[in-house]
Design a protein around this ligand. Structure first.
Ligand code: ADP
Length: 452
């Protein structure tokens, strides 16, 4: 490699020139001292100069090396950068390169932090493993999905964290095939079966081959789907029963029953009762679907609880008289609530109607309202009826759930009344609860926020 000109100049100035000067100086004296002494003196002088020059070079190169290795701050090479020679140019390029590298490192840090934040906050569980299925990364959602303590230590074998072979098999397949894989996997968490959609893909990192998996918990979706399927099945079943009866009695009438004056009237009455039931079911279903879709029929209004109670008592009075049940209007503390008067009356009529239906002859149904101290109002409907077994009390608010199916149908029930009650009350930001003694009676309490 050719020696660069500035360094060559320095060499000339710092080493060759001093030797020449020394030779000239010594040469002038050459006659007095012998040639050997002169050469020795010139050599020593040149060595001295060369030593000084080389240590200065060494120091400068050392500073640049330190800077390149990251041991020196940028300001320590400021003087080097100002130098006109090749080392000065090297210092300037090193400084420029360090600035560019610094920028790259900063950007990599920001990118890394962003990626870590995204992975940490993802609802999907993310997991990376090496080729031996040892965990190399996992986020919080993954730890929660498999019921493990977060953070999961790097290097933990996957089977130690996830019981059951399905996830390990999926990752092994992705590793073996070298292609993305997907499957549904079931994991039991706190005694509850959860269903996940898991996607796995091979991941080749500098550390070696591995695989990454993303887990998405579809348990709530599955549950909703099951509820929807059950609902459709229930509706079909509920509609089929009265339709079959109507069809059967109509056919009997047509096949000669019309001539049977005594029975024909009874058959027509049965048809009418089933038609009414069909009407009740469809109107209850419509109400439920309206409530579920959140379609507010009208803006919330101030409703007097007492007025709604009185109107509802009038609605059920005939049914109560026919069933031989006394309706008692108990203590009434006046209060207003915010909502729809029609909806509030629907709640009260459903509760009073049930209290009459599931009562005994000569029984009693009592309704009373109280202003609770916590700015709520409670409306309690109690009866002296059959009561509800304690283990079934939480289920009676489910759609189509009935304790005594035959009795409910006989009384014209749809099994949807209490679900409608719950929906309406919750839409009014309230709650409904039941207390019941089997064979002695039940008490339903609705609590609603009171208007100021
Ligand atoms: P239904 O149309 O059958 O009355 P609901 O949804 O109103 O449907 O009630 C669900 C079930 O809850 C009823 O079938 C009945 O078994 C039970 N139930 C509701 N209210 C009472 C009550 N006051 N006493 C006893 N059982 C009741």
């Amino acid at each position: 490699m050719p020696v660069s000109r500035p360094i060559f100049r320095k060499l000339l100035l710092n080493a060759v020139l001093p030797v020449a000067i020394a030779l000239i100086v010594v040469g002038l004296d050459f006659t007095r001292h012998g040639i050997l002494e002169a050469a020795l003196a010139a050599g020593i002088t040149a060595l001295g100069f060369a030593y000084i020059f080389s240590s200065s070079l060494q120091r400068r190169i050392g500073r640049l090396r330190d800077f390149a290795e990251g041991g020196t701050d940028a300001h320590r090479i400021e003087t080097e950068k100002a130098a006109e020679d090749e080392l000065g140019a090297l210092a300037r390029s090193l400084d420029g390169m360090a600035a560019r590298l610094g920028g790259l490192v900063e950007r990599a840090k920001v990118d890394g932090a962003q990626r870590a934040a995204i992975l940490a906050t993802m609802v999907e569980g993310v997991l990376a493993v090496d080729s031996k299925l040892r965990i190399t990364f996992s986020n919080r959602s993954f730890a929660e999905a498999v019921g493990a303590q977060h953070p999961i230590r790097d290097g933990t074998p996957l089977p130690e964290v996830v019981r059951g072979p399905s996830l390990s098999e999926l990752l092994t397949e992705a590793l073996r095939e070298g292609e993305p894989q997907e499957r549904r996997i079931g994991l039991v968490l706190a005694g509850e079966e959860h269903v996940f959609v898991a996607q796995a893909a091979p991941l080749n990192s500098p550390a070696g081959p591995g695989a990454i998996a993303v887990l998405y918990d579809i348990t709530p979706l599955e549950r909703l789907e099951r509820v929807r399927r059950d609902f459709v099945a229930n509706v079909s079943h509920e509609l089929r029963t009265p339709l079959t009866a109507i069809r059967g009695y109509a056919e009997t009438l047509l096949e000669g029953g019309l001539e049977d004056a005594e029975n024909s009237r009874r058959f027509v009455e049965i048809i009418k009762a089933h038609a009414i039931r069909l009407g009740n079911i469809t109107s209850d279903l419509l109400t439920l679907s309206e409530l579920e879709s959140g379609a507010a029929s009208s803006p919330p209004e101030r409703v007097s609880v007492q007025a709604a109670v009185d109107s509802s008592l009038r609605t059920v009075s005939t049914a109560a008289r026919l069933a031989g049940v006394r309706l008692v209007r108990g203590e009434m503390e006046e209060a207003d609530v915010l909502g729809s008067r029609t909806h509030l009356e629907q709640v009260l009529v459903n509760l009073l109607d049930n209290a009459v239906k599931f009562n005994r002859p000569d029984g009693e149904v009592r309704i009373e309202t109280h202003r609770a101290p916590d700015s709520n109002v409670t409306i309690a409907v109690s009866d002296t009826g059959v009561g509800i077994p304690s283990e079934l009390q939480s289920r009676i608010f489910e759609r189509f759930y009935r304790v005594d199916k035959a009795r409910s149908r006989e009384a014209g029930g749809t099994g949807l009344g209490l679900s409608i009650v719950k929906h309406i009350v919750e839409r009014m930001n309230g709650t409904v609860r039941v207390e019941s003694d089997l064979g002695r009676g039940s008490k339903f309490t609705v609590t609603l926020p009171r208007c100021a």
